[in-house]
Design a protein around this ligand. Sequence first.
Ligand code: ACO
Length: 426
Amino acid sequence: MTQEKTTISFEGEEVELPLVVGSEDEKGLDISKLRSQSGLVTYDPGYANTGACQSSITFIDGEEGILRYRGYPIEELAEKSSFLEICWLLIYGELPNAEALSQFHENVMQHTMLHENFRSFFSSLPKDAHPMPVTAATVGALSTFYQEKETERSIQETTTRLIAKFPTIAAWAYKHSIGQPFIYPSNEMDYSSNFLHMMFATPCEDYEVNPAVSQALDLLLILHADHEQNCSTSTVRLVGSSQANLYASISAGISALWGRLHGGANQKVIEMLDAIAKRGETAQEFVARAKNRDNPARLMGFGHRVYKNYDPRAKVLKSACTKVVKSLGLSSKQLEIAMELEEIALRDEFFIERKLFPNVDFYSGVIYKAMGIPVNMFTVMFAMGRMPGWISQWQEMRRDPSFRIGRPRQIYTGPTKRSYTPIESR
Ligand code: ACO
């Protein structure tokens, strides 16, 4: 990594700041000595200009619409890879050879079962609980079952357990919410088919996994696997920086993902599409409402903090969506409305000026709906895909030689010093 310097001046003093240059020529000011040299801190609401770490996992160029995992373009991985291979790539940095991949697959599929006590854990939660807090609580609770001291080896075991058990946790959260018996994992199946089996089989009826649906699910998981320092990943890193364990850190990441401006957006997209259909509104009328600053409506699934171009994941999903809907012999009103909205918005000056394009969530909800995944499970599906990203980012943070607890500063705007007033005088 090349090092250059830049200088800022403050109150007549010059402060020299090194320039950090990434492998894609991304430049950042290293301000780690700024406060000690000048007394200044930086102020950056929403961290929109702040690089919180150096990372070799995922590269995004939001202006160009580029996303790469460990250097491999997302389009190529989406076409040729599998979710478990992506897990390996993100966590270990390279593509596995055939033997390593098959061993990893076997290892993951041998850890899919949950401790039997989790049956009563799930049963003690309200039936109408949203599956996101249920999965966050369950992942946190895993640490009560696996209390071993943290070592390199135990981190690898935790990694396998989290990837293996999350589909079981997700499917059981769903089964609990609809009052159906939990279905145990079936280890001879592939990762995505096993999840669909646990979601949709019942003890009275076998469920035949449709290969088109299982392939589409694998693709969705690949597309969600990592996205550098987004809100939930930054949460995982921040919580882990206190040396909290991987289960606790990922449980916090799941909670961060729940919000509607992050992982919750795909659910909001479907609700928006359904509401448009219900009101009999035209796509044109809705887009006009979404542009109106006095109207709270937003075109959900459009816009992104980083992408100022078409989100490459949305492009892959748009064509996958059309294929799945067709292969299942469905006609999707939601897909029709989504495509109409997209066409109108992409030609509209408001969206062009603000560089608002479809993001990954614009089509993911439509495809999940076609696959039979209930709307309140959409964000849980996102969490399942993001698991290897969270784990690899957490591991990278822990091994970083410049590792320090995450502890931002602030600009204090409260009252200046004043004396305590006794209660009888207030
Ligand atoms: N519909 C209508 N207007 C929008 C939209 C939208 N979807 N997104 C942004 N805008 C407008 C804003 O009102 C603002 O307009 P102004 O300049 O007139 O005030 C301008 O575009 C900039 O928007 P910000 O909210 O400041 O952009 P920011 O980068 O902070 O937010 C975000 C990005 C949260 C994703 C935003 O675009 C949004 O709310 N989109 C809809 C929700 C969504 O799809 N979230 C999923 C993101 S992807 C993910 O998390 C996996």
